[in-house]
Design a protein around this ligand. Structure first.
Ligand code: ZN
Ligand code: ZN
Length: 121
């Protein structure tokens, strides 16, 4: 190994570490800021189960982490999942009406045509 570590490599590592800290940091902040209750189903979480409580980004932008917590919402895993499924549906329907829905249909079940052929046989 060389004794002279390139300065940029060191900087890269520091930046990566800072980013990692920032990503995990907002959860701790949100948990300190808000009561440990799911914003949808109002279930309470404490102790080990606290890991089931996750931080949702209201505008769905994980890079948007204002220090006042206005973009954060504590949701349990299930409600968080629902929230994202709903958002994806909205996006899907919004786009589907404009662009061709056949692409989504084709990727939905690539074996449907094949199954149809086999049944005919
Ligand atoms: Zn919930
Ligand atoms: Zn979310």
């Amino acid at each position: 190994m060389s004794s002279s570590t390139p300065h940029t490599a060191k900087l890269d590592r520091i930046l990566a570490e800072t980013q990692r800290e920032r990503e995990s940091g907002y959860r701790d902040k949100a948990l300190k800021m808000y009561p440990h209750v799911c914003g949808r189903c109002a279930r309470e979480f404490s102790g080990k189960r606290l890991s089931e409580l996750t931080v949702h980004h209201r505008d769905h932008n994980h890079d948007n982490n204002p220090q006042d917590g206005s973009n954060w919402e504590l949701l349990c895993l299930y409600c968080h999942d629902n929230e994202h499924a709903r958002y994806t549906d909205q996006q899907y329907f919004g786009e589907g009406s404009l662009s061709s829905p056949t692409i989504a249909k084709a990727t939905h079940n690539p074996f449907a045509a094949l199954a149809g052929l086999m049944k005919k046989d």
